[in-house]
Ligand binder design. Structure first.
Ligand SMILES: NC(=O)c1ccc[n+]([C@@H]2O[C@H](COP(=O)([O-])OP(=O)(O)OC[C@H]3O[C@@H](n4cnc5c(N)ncnc54)[C@H](O)[C@@H]3O)[C@@H](O)[C@H]2O)c1
Ligand SMILES: O=CCCC(=O)O
Length: 492
């Protein structure tokens, strides 16, 4: 294994983490993790069996009995310490993210700080699980509510933010007093193992946070196990709508509580009265974050006719200035894609748009001299609403620019999708901003900025983008159940 030079070599782990121990798996099967930039093997890991996943669930169940009774202030201290450790190790963690995911180092460091911020945030929220005192109709009685931890939670995470997506689930779960079993994406498991190492250093009790490992092929087994296990009380999934629906079906036998952070199809709307330079730079930041492999990335850009040509020209000029390359090169602005399927989806959408009349402004395309997962961003204009790129999530570096005339028309186009995760509005006119913010069917609306996510923000979607909220003052609720206690005849 030849990889980046790390100050803290302990962060690279080779085995699952269960009950506070780095386990030697009994599985004879293994799977390989590759650096998507160089296509070289990073590591070979055990492909765990169903029985081994069961062992991890048992460890989390045993730990739950202790963690649920632990003092919220002690949990808060562990969370705070994990935040500090992540910041102390930010450079090494960023290297691990770049190594297995391919995003450039600056983006990876941003992701690590973002991930850490959830531990900081929930170290504070852990102490704030407030209940209510309620007066029922019987005047002699009183009702008190408690928020209690839901139990053992199965966490299923995607490749695109290998450390932040797990952090955003683990932090509120542990703050609430839950224990967890996390299964990272088979392409990017190292970041979660590094997180487990630091969590142990931070004082997380044995069994409170477990990481199991499966290959991509073996992952459905683990998903089914999580959904059907009566010991797991909740599954929190981040990934595509297709897999989210499958998990929901599988969860019916146990009536599992679920959080679903699913796919998006985010529109950006730029009005004639927008600050154009701001709209261009922020649209670029949104569209090409992690090369378009971000669930809240702008998937389609709607630009009002008065500024359409100017916007396209400026947007194309800034896109041409990107430097694509190996994420470890400090001069690179954007790294590589995760795999071939991701590139094929971009190519399909470019082909569909062009075959239906869109024209290419920035050619983009594959960069075989850099490696087979490198793809330079493509920009297309004269895109019509209804083309595949406006209907499905591309999840890659294709910017599709559509012209619109009225706010009513653009609102109808934006909402004409089963998805509803994020939307963006650029305008200096309060009426435009308010009208769109109120009537866009999405869980999050970002006004005059392309980068809005933060630990303080309730993150989540509506429609087929899922349900549940991560982060913010609401995030802990996803990991709690409300118990009502009636105190009877208090005036005897
Ligand atoms: N809403 C959000 O917060 C959010 C955040 C990041 C990504 N996403 C979405 O995730 C998608 C991109 O990730 P992807 O292409 O890897 O999605 P995906 O649904 O294919 O995979 C997501 C994860 O689920 C696993 N998985 C696949 N089949 C499974 C099964 N049967 N049981 C259990 N797990 C299974 C995968 O191995 C992966 O780790 C996009 O649609 C994106 O919008 C959403
Ligand atoms: O890909 C989805 C997560 C992106 C974010 O939280 O900013």
């Amino acid at each position: 294994m030849v990889g980046p030079e790390l100050k803290n070599k302990e962060l690279v782990r080779h085995t699952p983490f269960v009950n506070g121990e780095w386990l030697k798996s009994g599985s004879s099967k293994t799977f390989k993790v590759y650096d998507p930039a160089t296509e070289k093997e990073i590591i070979e890991l055990p492909d765990q069996t169903e029985e081994e996943i069961d062992e991890a669930i048992k460890a989390a169940s045993a730990a739950f009995e202790k963690v649920r009774r632990s003092n919220a202030y002690d949990r808060a201290r562990c969370l705070r310490r994990l935040y500090e450790l992540m910041i102390e190790n930010v450079d090494d963690l960023a290297k691990i993210v770049t190594w297995e995911n391919g995003k450039c180092l600056a983006e990876a460091a941003g992701e690590v700080k973002y991930a850490a911020s959830y531990f900081e945030w929930f170290s504070e929220e852990a102490k704030r699980m407030y209940g209510h005192t309620i007066q029922p109709s019987n005047g002699h009685n009183k009702v008190i509510t408690l928020k209690q931890p839901v139990g053992v939670v199965g966490l299923l995470c995607p490749f695109n933010f290998p450390i932040a997506m797990g952090a955003r689930k683990l932090a509120p779960a542990f703050a609430a007093g839950c224990t967890t079993v996390l299964k990272p994406d088979g392409q990017t498991p190292l970041s979660s193992l590094a997180l487990a190492y630091l969590a142990q250093e931070a004082g997380f009790p044995a069994g409170s946070f477990n990481v199991v490992l499966t290959s991509t092929e073996n992952t459905p087994m683990c998903g089914k196990k999580f959904c059907e296990s009566p010991a797991i009380k909740k599954v929190s999934f981040t990934g595509s709508t297709r897999v989210g629906k499958l998990l929901m079906e599988q969860s019916s036998s146990t009536l599992k509580k679920l959080s679903m952070e699913l796919g998006g199809n985010a529109p950006i709307i730029i009005f004639d009265d927008a600050d154009l330079d701001l709209a261009v730079s922020q649209s670029i930041a949104s569209k090409f974050r992690s090369l378009g492999q971000t669930c809240v990335c702008a998937n389609r850009l709607y630009v009002q006719s008065g500024v359409y040509d100017k916007f396209v020209e400026k947007f194309a000029e800034q896109t041409r200035a990107f430097k694509i390359g190996n994420g470890f090169d400090p001069n690179v602005t954007h790294g590589c894609m995760i795999n071939q399927n991701s590139i094929k989806k971009v190519e399909e959408h470019v082909h569909d748009a062009v075959s239906k009349g869109a024209s290419v402004v920035v050619e983009g395309g594959r960069l075989p001299h850099l490696g087979k997962n490198f793809y330079a961003p493509t920009v297309v204009k004269d895109v019509a609403h209804g083309m595949a790129v406006t209907q499905e999530e591309t999840f890659g570096p294709l910017a599709a620019i559509v012209k619109f005339d009225t706010k009513e028309e653009v609102l109808q186009w934006c909402n004409d999708t089963p998805y509803g995760l994020a939307s963006y509005v650029f305008s200096e006119n309060l009426n435009n901003v308010w009208y769109l913010s109120e009537y866009l069917e999405s869980g999050m609306v970002s006004v005059n900025t392309g980068l809005f996510t933060d630990a303080s923000l309730p993150f989540g979607g509506v429609k087929e983008s899922g349900f549940g909220r991560e982060g913010s003052l609401y995030g802990i609720d996803d990991y709690t159940v409300i118990k009502s206690i009636t105190l009877g005849n208090v005036y005897r």
